[in-house]
Ligand binder design. Structure first.
Ligand SMILES: [Zn+2]
Length: 403
């Protein structure tokens, strides 16, 4: 089976995860794809295939006979974002010649809206019918990893022990739930969950969340003078103390931000929810200190206990844990180059499961899948990326063999 055939098979499963669910996996429908992948891994000849309670499927491709190499994990996720429907995906192939692609349902894929399309003229793109996402994020990654195993076995290419890991609930930030890095027992890992062919990532944000609760004093407005403390007004005062330019809508590249994600309030109580992000650890701590400072200032002005802060780190930049193992990046570059693809590093303005695994002890950069416009109806993937990525992964795996 080709990588493309596998891809079509996997996107037929509707696997959206759900943010507000308390079950694991967050949606039962993910388990159907997990089951199919479990069976396919066994049919391919992988060993010790198991599906855990969260629906994560883990299997081992034993090392070729006589080969010495570190154990390497390849990781992709089965769920899709709930930002667009993933149900009844009707994918089709279009040879892109520069003209607008009418997807259907009034949706158009155009160079005007997506200037990077210019570089893809002449390629065959797998697109949606405009009513759903495609699911290349991350079923392309799943198909590419599975096909890598297929090629390694069929062509008898020497490789070390490989751990194949397909996770659930990545899109709701619970991708590594159920995974135990010690139990995985791998030396290195790669997630295959990135974008355009040739891109790879080993830098992501440091992340924290903060909730400020402001307590006010309520009284009839007619007799409120010098008594009322309006929690909502004080909350706005606090927000005004934060740096105005350090917000998502005014930053890009390596610029971090303090982002107000939600607020509610009345006179008696108001709450503000923030996420804090920065690639640089020092600037990250500085932003957290700004938040701390604003809360202190409010309490100085309006009395101790007026504002309460709950702030916690969520994840960290994997860079400082990956860079000491520079070979992980050199190997990515070598594998892409060997397949005629120009590699380039990008800094993620977000996090990855790989970042969390990295901080738990399994250094885990992220590789391209070849897909574009994730999480929406404009998602697409060039067919050649689906066939090239497995070859890149084969080169990467074979590159770890010690002579
Ligand atoms: Zn993804």
């Amino acid at each position: 089976m080709t990588s493309k055939e596998r891809f079509y098979r996997y996107i037929a499963y509707s696997t959206a995860s759900a943010e507000d669910s308390e079950t694991s996996p967050s949606t039962a429908r993910q388990l159907e794809l997990s089951k199919a992948l479990h069976e396919e891994m066994e049919a391919l000849g992988l060993r010790d295939v198991k599906t855990d309670a969260c629906g994560n499927v883990i299997g081992t491709l034993p090392a070729s006979e006589g080969v010495k190499a570190p154990v390497v994990a390849f990781i992709a996720h089965v769920d899709t974002s709930s930002a667009a429907s993933g149900e009844n995906v009707k994918a089709r192939e279009v040879v892109f010649d520069g003209a607008d692609i009418e997807l259907g349902h009034g949706e158009v894929l155009s160079e005007k809206q997506f200037p990077f399309l210019k570089d893809l003229r002449g390629k065959t793109l797998i697109v949606t019918d405009g009513s759903t996402l495609l699911g290349a994020d991350d079923k392309a990654g799943v198909a590419e990893i599975m096909t890598m195993c297929d090629i390694l076995i069929a062509e008898n290419i020497p490789h070390g022990e490989l751990r194949i890991v397909f996770t659930t609930d990545e899109e709701v930030g619970r991708g590594i739930e159920g995974l135990d890095v010690k139990e995985l027992a791998c030396d290195w890992g790669y997630t295959v969950d990135g974008g355009a062919l040739g891109s790879y990532e080993y830098e992501n944000f440091n992340a924290a969340s903060a909730k400020v609760t402001v307590h006010g004093v309520g009284i009839h407005p007619g007799s409120a003078k010098d008594i009322m403390k309006n929690a909502s007004t004080i909350a706005m005062e606090l927000h005004g103390m934060l740096p105005e330019s350090q917000v998502p809508e005014k930053t890009d590249g390596y610029q971090g931000f303090i982002h107000l994600t939600g607020m509610k309030g009345d006179v008696v109580e108001a709450s503000l929810h923030y996420i804090i992000r920065d690639h640089d650890r020092e600037l990250f701590e500085e932003k957290k200190n700004r938040m701390l400072g604003a809360v202190r200032m409010i309490n100085l002005i309006h009395g101790e206990g007026t504002a309460e802060l709950e702030m916690a780190d969520t994840y960290y930049n994997m860079k400082e844990k990956v860079l000491p193992h520079r070979h992980l990046i050199d190997r990515i570059e070598a594998a892409f180059t060997a397949c005629g693809v120009k590699p380039y590093a990008e800094a993620i303005r977000g996090g990855t499961d790989g970042a969390m695994l990295t901080w738990e002890g399994l250094p885990c950069p992220n590789l391209s899948t070849g897909g574009y416009n994730f999480h929406g109806v404009h998602e697409f993937i060039p067919t050649d990326a689906l066939e090239t990525m497995p070859k890149v992964l084969v080169k990467l795996s074979a590159g770890f063999v010690e002579n």
